[in-house]
Write a protein that binds this ligand. Structure first.
Ligand SMILES: [Mn+2]
Length: 658
């Protein structure tokens, strides 16, 4: 067979183009293999569990049916949020009775439908199933219809042009800002029941939680909180917690003096189911107020929330599930940011959620979930991860375990250090502290504290010294170095030491080696102290506090006082203080201070025998400018401006392995 010349030419081209394209495709696929391939593994919530995933798709809200799986073949249907309205009658009676009545009146039908039943199913439900279904529905007291365009709905920002406000409104706006350190004016415009986006990772909606979850008391401490912010916290919990799981909300008033928190709040709370109000007779501070709230609560689990939060869809079950599986699990939700300026909710995917840590000044910080912990969870970012410490504002703990741990140190005053105390003793006394990425709670982060405390005593330091004395063993010296060994009067800690002995808690070294192996221990260093230029009395100087990072390292007259001129050369060849490291990326001549990443690269420095500080990544050296004003990266020249005096001794103090 003879083809025309043009066709022959085409066939000839295809002969090599086709294999070439195939080859290119294979190469491309190999390069482009997604790093999260592990996510294709079966989505089992507990690593030991062999249970199957629920049969229903993630959005079917088949919550109700988890209690009677035999009904799973019933078709489900979802009613949009706008269709919600008053569902639970407004009485403070026995819940079961209320719900039974409601069922008989047909008021529960909508709820059952919303949570998955179709009408046919509804009529076929057994009476006890109806009650069960109702108990798993949210509490929803007095929930109004939601206007999707109202300010702040779906967590959207409320932007106010202050220039367009009347003088009176402007005054209100400024007062709100001043009293609360957040935009109360914007908050007051937003519904107390505002809708939020479902911000969970998609896998979270497929997890099947324990059928028999423990119930909980939510304990909320407030002091001079704005009305709309406090009540939005309360309603978000009522609106988004299954009735059966929420035993009560206990509001503890830490001696507020705002008028709206007096009689008006009494009256408002009296109308809400499950909510009670405890008034403290004097200003007690967060720690003692929490103990007071806990002591009157009765739920199997206590959940502490700040008074400026918003619980999101599905927040409760993942927390209770972990405690239901083991009462010594202490769990923290993801804390999403509610903007203090405009009340927008900003949230992050599970893989960006960070773990809690601390520095040797015993201040809490955040850090990335380390590789070994990610690996332990098969890189399933939505599964609970172990965290060395918690931020402290929001967490859940079983009643039994909190009591066993002696609650908080009652000698702690007001605020501060209590989060680390509870974190350390959870780990050291047989528990596990976890962050649960499927549980999200929004929290307003403020730039300043609007509250007044009595002056004179540094309560945070006093609390922290108590913490160090009782829990840190020989490692307390690292903290005391930070406060110049000036401990002050920290009271009597013998009771707390006795508690630790009785519980036979493990050592702080065990904690460091097993729970927080990433923490940098100052003794793990090869040089320490000031880094002084040999030509001029100028020192390398920089602040490494978390909010000061990403700034250049500067030159400053040596002051011999440690502080921002104290540096350690780690055995990993970092120049660091706490979690802040010298980092040179090239481009400009500046060295910047970044969070240490432990991967060498930009953060690797060699203090050579000729007293130069060499950066292998760029093959450059650290140099003081001729006028002494700047520290720069330059070609290595062995000039005296590139020579630095630094003591080649490790920092004093206990080591990890002794
Ligand atoms: Mn807070």
């Amino acid at each position: 067979m003879v083809f025309p010349r043009s066709v022959r030419r085409l066939l000839f081209r295809l002969l090599w183009i086709v294999p070439l394209v195939c080859f290119a495709y294979i190469i491309f696929s190999a390069i482009n293999t997604h790093p999260d391939v592990h996510n294709n593994q079966p989505k089992s919530f507990d690593e030991n569990s062999q249970r199957k995933l629920p049969l229903e798709p993630p959005d079917s809200k088949n919550l109700v049916f988890q209690n009677h799986e035999d009904k799973l073949d019933v078709p489900v249907k979802v009613v949009p949020v706008e269709a919600e309205k008053n569902i639970v009658p407004f009485q403070k009676d026995n819940d079961n009775q209320i719900l039974k009545d409601a069922m008989e009146n047909g008021e529960r039908k909508e709820t059952a439908i919303k949570y998955g039943a179709d009408e046919k199913y509804e009529t076929e439900m057994k009476a006890e199933d109806k009650v069960k279904a109702a108990l798993m529905a949210p509490v929803h007291p007095d929930k109004p219809l939601i206007d999707p365009n109202a300010p702040g709905e779906m967590g959207k920002p409320v932007i106010i042009d202050v220039n367009k406000l009347s003088p009176e409104e402007r005054k209100k706006y400024d007062e709100g800002m001043m009293k609360n350190a957040f935009n109360q004016y914007a908050s007051d415009m937003i519904s107390l029941h505002r809708s939020l986006p479902d911000i969970r990772d998609p896998e979270c909606k497929q997890i099947e939680y324990l059928k028999d979850l423990p119930d909980t008391s939510v304990i909320i401490i407030f002091h001079n909180e704005a009305w709309s912010v406090l009540l939005r916290t309360v309603h978000s919990v009522l609106d988004r917690s299954p009735t059966q799981l929420l035993k009560e909300i206990i509001l503890v008033d830490d001696f507020s003096d705002f008028d709206h928190l007096k009689q008006p709040l009494d009256e408002y709370v009296a109308r809400l189911p499950k909510v009670s109000l405890v008034r403290l007779k004097e200003r007690s501070g967060l720690i003692r107020a929490r103990i007071a709230g806990f002591d009157v609560s009765t739920g199997e689990v206590a959940i502490f929330l700040d008074s400026h939060c918003e619980a999101t869809e599905g927040w409760l079950e993942p927390l209770l599930d972990r405690i239901g599986r083991n009462y010594t699990n202490v769990v923290v939700p993801v804390i999403d940011v509610i903007s203090d300026e405009n009340f927008q909710i900003q949230y992050s995917a599970a893989k960006h959620v960070q773990a809690g840590g601390f520095e040797w000044n015993l201040i809490f910080n955040w850090h990335y979930v380390p590789e070994n912990e990610r690996k332990r969870r098969n890189y399933l970012d939505y599964t609970p991860f172990r965290t060395p410490t918690m931020a402290g504002g929001l967490f859940a703990i079983s009643r039994k375990f909190f009591e066993k741990l002696g609650k908080y140190d009652p000698g702690f005053d007001i605020w501060g250090g209590e989060n680390l105390e509870l974190s350390f003793k959870t780990w050291m006394c047989g528990g596990t502290l976890e962050t649960v990425p499927c549980s999200h709670v929004g929290h307003i982060f403020r730039k300043r504290s609007p509250y007044k405390w009595r002056g004179g005593v540094n309560v945070v330091k006093r609390n922290t010294v108590r913490l160090a004395e009782v829990w840190l063993d020989e490692f307390k010296e690292y903290y005391y170095d930070r406060i110049s060994h000036n401990l002050g009067d920290y009271g009597d800690v013998s009771d707390r030491k006795a508690l630790r002995d009785n519980l036979q808690c493990k050592s702080f070294r065990w904690y460091l080696n097993n729970v927080y192996p990433e923490l940098f221990i100052p003794s793990d260093s090869m040089a320490s102290g000031e880094i002084r230029n040999k030509a001029k009395p100028m020192c390398a100087d920089g602040n490494v506090e978390a909010n000061q990072l990403n700034k250049p390292l500067i030159s400053y007259p040596c002051h011999n006082d440690g502080g921002n001129q104290y540096w350690l050369l780690s055995t990993e060849n970092e120049i660091r203080r706490d979690s802040g490291c010298w980092d040179y990326v090239g481009g400009s001549a500046e060295i910047k201070l970044f969070g240490c990443h432990g991967q060498r690269g930009n953060q690797e420095w060699i203090y050579r025998d000729d007293e130069t500080i060499y950066h292998p990544g760029s093959r450059r050296c650290v140099e003081l400018s001729w006028d002494g004003k700047n520290i720069m990266m330059k070609e290595c020249s062995n000039h005296v401006l590139q020579k630095w005096l630094w003591k080649r001794v490790s920092a004093k103090g206990p080591r990890r392995n002794e």
